[in-house]
Design a protein around this ligand. Sequence first.
Ligand SMILES: [Zn+2]
Length: 326
Amino acid sequence: MSIHALSRAAVLGLAMALSSTASAQTLSDRSPTVRAMMTDSYSFQLGDLRITALSDGTVPQDLHELLMDTTQSEVDLLLQQSFLQNPVEASINVYLIEDGARRILVDTGAGQLFGPGFGGRLLDGLEAIGIEPADITDILITHVHTDHTGGLVADGQPVFPNATVHVGAPDTDFFLDPSNAEKTGYAIQYFDEAAKTIGVADKAGQVAPFSGTETVLPGIVATIHPGHTPGSAFYKVTSKGESIVFVGDIVHVAAVQFPEPRITIAYDVSPEQARSVRMEAFDDIAGSRQLIAAPHLPFPGVGHIRAEEDEAFGWYPMEYRNRIDN
Ligand SMILES: [Zn+2]
C-alpha cells in the first residue's frame, strides 16, 4: 500500500500545526482532533496469550485509482452503502503477542517510509504499554510490503535488535532481487523499499525464512498463500483451544471487498491468485467461525466473517471489552 489520494505536504502541514498546538496545551484542553492523534492500542486475551492491537496510523486511499475489476460507480455505490466516500482511510494495524517471555510482533507498520504523518507510530504505541524495542523476541511478517516491514528499520539501522524476523521465503526471494521488477512489471519502488527494510534485517542476520506450512514458534503455524505477494503468509496462533489467524492483506477495503470479494487492488502482485486466496479464505473463515486479524481493516481489525446472500460476506468486529477483571 502507498499514498495516492492526498498531498503529503497538505497533511504534513496539518500534522505540524496540531503538534505545535499540542505542546503548548495541557492534556485537558487538547482538542478532539489532537486527542485522535494520540496512541491507540487495544488488548484482549486468547487462551494464555495477551494480544494487543497497536495502530501504526492510517492513510488515505483513492479507491478510484486503486481498485481493479470494478467501475468507479460500483465502488461509489458500495461505499455509499457503508456511509463512506472516496478516498477512504485505511488502518495500518500491528499486533503484539505476549507469550510468557516471548514478545512477538505481527508486522511492523510503515516506519519512516511513508513520510511524516503517515504511519510510523508503532514505537510510540509500544512505549505507551511499557515495551522496549529490545524486548521484542520475534516478528512475524505477513508479507514484504512497506507498510508491513517499514518499521523494521530506522535511519538505516534495525529497530528490534534481538528479534528473529520470520518471513515467507518466496517474498524475500522476489523482493530482494530487483531484476524481478523488469521480469514481472511490478513497480520497482517495492524492490527499492524492500532493500531498505527486510534487506537490512537480512544483512543483520535477523531473517528466518520459511516455506509452505511450518510451525515457526510454539503454537504458531505459518502458511504461504501466494497472490497478493509471492510469499504472503497467514499465521495461526493457538493457545488453550482458542485461536486467531493473522491473515495479512487478503482484504484492503471492508466496504467493497466483503460484499464483492472478486474486486482486486493495484497492490496485488498476482491479482488472479489474490482473488482466489481471498474467496477461499473468506469461505473457510466464515465456515469455521475463525477469529481473524487483518492489517488494513478499521482498527483494531479483529473479528469474524459471515457468509451472506449472493456470494457476499459480512465483517463483524470482535466484542469490545474494557473492565479490570478481564
Ligand atoms: Zn498492506
